[in-house]
Design a protein around this ligand. Structure first.
Ligand code: C2O
Ligand code: CU
Ligand code: CU
Length: 467
């Protein structure tokens, strides 16, 4: 039998899934320079009833930006939306003033305004970009795109790469967006899951595979609230990494849950017999109060195993990367309690979410000194799960049952707690952390951290926080 490395993917294997690629306008092989314009574009999701999506360069998702380890990335951004926006580079270790958080790291980019983002591709991995103003609404309408930093040293056995951006859209049968506050306080509490599921901007696209011929899936959950579980009976999934590139070891599994903002790097080994068509479904995931109740599965992606003879899968290395545990000898401890309160305000009854009881707009910054290592004890006594995300730094989850990897987004299930260790080793400034269910973030479950530079006091200048 032929081996996986001796054959190509089936003809047209990714035709329905290929993302629009960002065009690199810079001839320097070590600089990736692209132009991005945010604008409203009609996209046909419901046949015959275009949706006025919010897009980057007119595509949904936005263009895939691809760089190799060590490249410089320059993004010339123009805002042609009717509202102010910004771009945050989720997971990238970049200088603070490039982080794209209006109010903290830059001014909002007004309609007609421009901004040049410039940073280095320091870490191989799968990243993504999205606005950081009115995020639930702007991301929910389609503003997100992927960014892949390749490591030329990666094993060939991982297979041909396929970037999968998972998202959903809150549109009705005529393709129009539902009101931003649809569902009222329940929408805030549960987070708004769109009615239409998209994989790379398409409804139920089809992927072609050949039995035994591996594909490397870089999966990104770009939905504003929805959890995804990647689960495929009969086929084999091997998780090789996530947020920040490769994990310490590969692991064969039959289920990978991705919370909003999180990424997974998976080697997919097709195991169905030639001629099989199987549908990968969205499967309800436990994320607290009522999230499993009465939820049907939904079709997401069709996988057609073509009628070519099977090949022998390549052997995936077990050891992938050296990941040194963060030295906790002088670590200081912090407590972050994710909180939800119902408050009666002059607008009526409102859901106010926060951290340690304070919504973002009333919060005091956490503080750290450059070089300091901290352990964050994150507790979640609420009835809902919260995907916790930190900007600017990767952390290590303190849990011996997990394969070591660097993370920037992690689920904190309802009624549970976890410990993350993070070293603020460089790049002083003001960094965000928040729940990545964007309805929760907008309801106040966000905070900011001031990392004081050398000789600076761990005390932040006063900033008026944007509500
Ligand atoms: Cu993708 Cu502040 O987040
Ligand atoms: Cu981020
Ligand atoms: Cu949350």
């Amino acid at each position: 039998m032929l081996g996986a490395l001796d054959v190509e993917q089936p003809a047209g294997w990714n035709d329905e899934l290929e993302l629009v690629a960002a065009v690199d306008v810079n001839p320097d092989p070590d600089i990736v320079e692209v132009e991005l314009e945010a604008a409203i574009t009609d996209i046909e999701i419901v046949p015959g009833a275009p949706t006025p999506a919010w897009t980057y360069n007119g595509s949904l998702p936005g263009p895939l930006i691809r760089a190799k380890l060590g490249d410089k990335i320059i993004v010339r951004f123009k805002n042609s939306l009717p509202e102010a926006t910004s771009i945050h580079w989720h997971g990238m270790r970049l200088p603070n003033h490039m982080d794209g958080v209006p109010g903290l790291t830059q001014k909002p980019i007004a309609p007609g305004g421009e901004f040049v983002y410039e940073f280095e591709a320091r870490d191989a991995g799968t990243y993504w970009y999205h606005p950081h103003i009115d995020s639930a609404a702007q991301v929910g309408r389609g503003l997100y795109g992927s960014l892949v930093v390749e490591d030329p040293a990666d094993s060939e056995a991982f297979g041909d790469e396929l970037v999968l951006v998972l998202s959903d859209l809150s549109i009705d049968e005529s393709g129009q967006f539902l009101a931003e506050d649809a569902g009222g306080e329940f929408g805030d509490l549960f987070g708004r899951e769109g009615r239409v599921l998209l994989v790379n901007g398409k409804v139920l696209p089809r992927l072609k595979v050949r039995q035994g011929k591996q594909q490397r899936w870089r999966v990104i959950n770009a939905a504003r609230a929805r959890y995804y579980s990647i689960q495929l009976r009969e086929h084999t999934l091997t998780k090789i990494g996530g947020d920040n590139g490769l994990a310490a070891r590969s692991m064969q599994t039959n289920r990978i849950v991705l919370v909003p903002g999180e990424r997974a790097d998976i080697v997919f080994t097709p195991s169905d017999a030639p001629g099989t068509v199987r549908t990968m479904q969205w499967i309800p995931t436990e994320r607290g109060f009522g999230s499993l109740y009465n939820r049907p599965r939904e079709d997401m992606l069709e996988i057609e195993t073509v009628a070519e003879s099977p090949v022998t899968p390549a052997a995936i290395p077990e050891l992938l990367r050296e990941i040194e545990p963060i030295d906790l000898a002088n670590a200081t401890e912090r407590t972050l309690d994710l909180t939800i309160e119902m408050e009666t305000t002059r607008h009526g009854r409102e859901v106010v979410m926060g951290i340690n009881g304070e919504p973002y707009w009333l919060s005091k910054p956490m503080e750290a000194q450059l070089g300091e290592t901290q352990i964050w004890n994150i507790t979640n006594a609420t009835a809902f799960a919260h995907p916790f995300h930190l900007h600017g730094y990767f952390f290590q989850v303190q849990d011996d049952t997990r394969i070591p990897e660097w993370k920037d987004t992690i689920d904190v299930p309802s009624e549970s707690s976890l410990r993350i260790a993070v070293r603020f080793d460089e790049r002083p400034g003001v960094w965000m952390y928040h729940c990545h269910i964007l309805d929760h973030a907008d309801s106040g479950m966000m905070g900011h951290l001031f990392v004081a530079g050398e000789g600076e006091h761990a005390h932040m200048p006063h900033i008026e926080l944007i509500h």
